[in-house]
Structures are given as C-alpha cells and as structure tokens.
Design a protein around this ligand. Structure first.
Ligand code: SAM
Length: 270
C-alpha cells in the first residue's frame, strides 16, 4: 500500500468509504448540486469532468441526466479504480495541461471539483479546457480558495501544502484572461467548506474501526490529522472555498507545451 497521501488512489479509496461515494471533494452530493445550480438535465449535453478522481461525481452527474460525461484524470491508479467502479462513464488518462492530446471535445460544460489547486500551471490547464469548449460553453469550478492571501504564510514550512495553489478570488479575471474563458460569477463558499469539513471529521471519527481494519492505523491517524488541520485553516480564514462560473469566449491559441512530472503523491510539477 502506498504511503499516506489523500490525493493518491488509496487516499481516495479511504475517502470513498468515509463519504459513501467516490468523492474526493468536500460536501459530497450537496457540493455537486451547488456546482450545477441552474443547469437543467439534458441528455445531449457533452460534459468534461476535469480531474475526475474516482469518478463518483461524473457518475452522479451522468446518472442524473445532465449529459454524457467524459472524465480526465492524471493518476493512472485512480483511473483504474474509477473505470472499475464506474464503467458507464468514459474515463480518459491524461494531464489537464495537455487535455487536448487526451480528449477530442468539444464540450458544452466543463467542470472541476477541487482539482486546480493541485495543478502548478493553472492557466495552461484552463487554456486547454478553453480550447475544448463548444461555442457558448460554461466552465464551473468548485475549488479551494485563499480568501485573504494568508495561505502561503499559514502553511510555510509544511511540505504537504507546498504544492497547493488555492484560487485567489481577487485574481480570477487575471487567471482566466487569455484562456478562452470569461468570468461570469464567483461566490465565496467559506461557510459551506467549514460545515463540510466538520461533517467529514465527524464521519472519520464514526468510521475509525472500519478505516483501521481496511487501511491500517497509520492511515486513520493521517486522515484524521489531515482533515482536522484543514478545518482549522478554514476556521482561521487561511483556506476557503469558492464557486466560479465562466463562459467560453473566442478560441485562443494554445501556449507552447511544457515538460510535466507527476509526483508520487499524485500532484504534478511543471
Ligand atoms: C481532490 S481530487 C478531486 C477528484 C474529483 N474531482 C472529486 O471531486 O472527487 C483531485 C484530483 O485531481 C487530479 N489531478 C491533479 N492534477 C491533475 C492534472 N494536472 N490533470 C488531471 N488531473 C489532475 C488528482 O489526481 C486527483 O484525482
């Protein structure tokens, strides 16, 4: 079994046990409903789940009639797990920063749930997603945020957060500019993230025996500490959540390719 890291396949498997679904985002189905606010079911809609993880969200979205979902995921072991658990969803192995090499598009709706924070070059990923967008397409994100610009100072010296890049609400226009997306709306989800992490910590405590039995005591200790730490940061305003909605603009030429390395914890380096 791999060393504890919530972003790898074992971490996601543990979260699936705790969350009772293949979700690696806070808020489970409530968060998915929030992400899709105002979107009507339409079986013809072409949807891309960017960084689909174990594909619980993709399967839920497809099963609820929002459209045909393709999931793209960088971690090979997670892709295997997702395909095994959700064979009804098309899951493609690939890096968002090269999404155009992995999937054809176009897509009418592109969404990502707690993914961009783990992507070093967010603009490259957004530009690839923009190039895959159909005219009039929407981008929806439910992401970690750095609401007051305090995340870096709060986590300095903690290597497990060194690769996190929560979105800065005041810089969304800049982040999206030139990527083929125009900001339509953003909403602070700090209160929701706090409640969702309280619930997650409660669920972990309630399932401690099952976690130890299936994953071992080391994983229980790791997961408990990880989410207690996140909750503490959310309460202190050092980490938050954000909902972002953007509309496809005109096609923008893609930037030159970069060399990409995948780390053992599932994150990536440029
Ligand atoms: C916190 S999980 C969320 C998974 C899923 N969106 C969900 O809500 O359950 C983040 C996922 O993004 C994937 N990921 C990170 N960087 C990526 C990249 N550059 N391209 C594609 N997937 C990536 C990770 O492997 C991981 O499965």
């Amino acid at each position: 079994m791999r060393a504890p890291a919530m972003n790898n396949a074992t971490g996601k498997d543990l979260l699936a046990l705790v969350r009772e679904g293949d979700y690696a985002h806070p808020g489970e189905e409530e968060a998915i409903r929030l992400l899709l606010t105002g979107v009507r079911p339409d079986g013809h809609r072409r949807i891309l789940d960017a960084g689909c993880g174990g594909a619980g969200t993709a399967a839920w979205v497809q099963a609820h009639g929002y459209g045909a979902v393709t999931g793209i995921e960088i971690d090979a072991e997670t892709v295997r797990l997702a395909r095994e658990r959700h064979p009804e969803v098309k899951i493609v192995s690939g890096d968002l920063r090269r999404a155009g090499d992995a999937v054809d598009g176009p897509f009418d709706l592109v969404y990502a749930m707690t993914v961009l924070y783990a992507v070093p070059d967010q603009r490259a990923a957004l530009a690839q997603l923009g190039a895959l967008a159909a005219p009039g397409a929407e981008l929806r994100l439910l992401e970690y945020a750095d609401p007051h610009g305090r995340f870096a100072a709060a986590t300095s010296g903690r290597s497990s957060y060194a690769w996190w890049r929560p979105l800065e609400p005041g810089r969304l226009h800049e982040l999206l500019s030139g990527t083929g997306w125009a900001l339509a709306e953003s909403r602070d989800l700090g209160a929701q993230f706090e409640r969702w992490y309280v619930e997650l910590c409660t669920r972990i405590a309630a399932r401690r025996e099952a976690i130890v039995e299936r994953f071992g005591a080391e994983w229980l200790a790791f997961a408990s500490a990880e989410y207690a730490g996140i909750l503490e940061m959310v309460r202190a305003g050092e980490l938050g959540g954000i909902f972002v909605r953007a509309r496809a603009t005109e096609r923008v030429p893609l930037p030159p390719a970069t060399r990409i390395v995948t780390r053992s914890d599932g994150g990536t380096e440029p």
